[in-house]
Design a protein around this ligand. Structure first.
Ligand code: ADP
Ligand code: MG
Length: 248
């Protein structure tokens, strides 16, 4: 699904990501963990094609195609989705009209209103979201849980091949976290891949990852199975101090 080879990324003339190698297979769920400020969101934005993040070296292959120089729109059309760590509010724009717009961009055609309404209803029912949610202004006055649920609803409608969920668990209490985790599981299927970016291993108690990558200081310093997340839960990231960053 995704292969990142020897990637170096710079933001505002500062090199943030170094020597990133990553492989994401179809039908699997991955966790990318790491302390704050380590470059997790930078990695997410770089895969999505944010123009501020400059690739100095290496490349990104998505479904076998080199996407390193494609625009965010082109990548979205190919099937990449990014759920933001901090979704922004847009007063005056309803959830429904926003969703209709992004579907049209994703598909490159205008979906009919009746088809859209059917699709929206279907996805909202899967996610157990009440109908009036779609009439509210996007993320305007939403609780933390509602914002994250709205990101999942976008994912459900866009049907991406690769979904990158940047700290979808942050700022949620345990009940909201369970709802969000359950929603993700309902949308996940064997034709797609999910990357769950998280600081804490808490969400991984509800969604079992197939594989875990650990980042520190802009590099991937460890990788392994689910047990790696458990280890971090017990030991934090301190144990990574002094690890030779060139050895994986
Ligand atoms: P994480 O998501 O792991 O907390 P980030 O990717 O947000 O880490 O940030 C990694 C580093 O890159 C931080 O030192 C941050 O200040 C810097 N950084 C990220 N984005 C920008 C930006 N747009 N402008 C300047 N610095 C940035
Ligand atoms: Mg982040």
């Amino acid at each position: 699904m995704l292969r990142i080879k020897d990637l170096y990324v710079e933001v505002e003339e500062r090199e943030i990501l170094k020597q990133i190698n990553l492989e994401i297979e179809k039908g699997k769920i991955y966790a990318v963990m790491g302390p704050n400020g380590t470059g997790k969101s930078t990695l997410a934005y770089t895969i999505a094609g944010h123009p501020r993040y400059k690739v100095n070296k290496g490349n990104i292959l998505f479904k076998g195609k080199d996407i390193t120089n494609l625009s965010p729109t082109e990548r979205a059309r190919l099937g990449i989705f990014l759920a933001f760590q901090y979704p922004i509010g847009i007063p005056g724009v309803t959830v429904a009209s926003f969703l209709k717009t992004i579907i049209n961009i994703r598909k490159g055609e205008n979906i009919s209103l009746s088809k859209f309404n059917r699709l929206l209803k279907e996805k909202m029912s899967i996610l157990e979201i009440e109908e009036d949610f779609a009439r509210r202004y996007l993320n305007d006055g939403f609780s933390g849980g509602e914002k994250k649920k709205c990101e999942i609803l976008q994912m459900a409608l866009l049907e991406p091949d690769l979904a990158i969920l940047d700290e979808i668990d942050s700022g949620l209490d345990v009940d909201a976290l369970k709802v969000v985790a359950e929603s993700i599981k309902r949308i996940f299927n064997s034709n797609m891949s999910i990357i769950i970016i998280t600081h804490y291993s808490r969400i991984l108690n509800y969604i079992e990852p197939n594989f875990v990558y650990v980042m520190k200081n802009g590099q991937i310093v460890a990788s392994g199975g689910r047990e790696l997340a458990n280890f971090i839960e017990g030991n934090g990231y301190e144990w990574l101090e002094g690890v030779d960053l060139n050895v994986r």
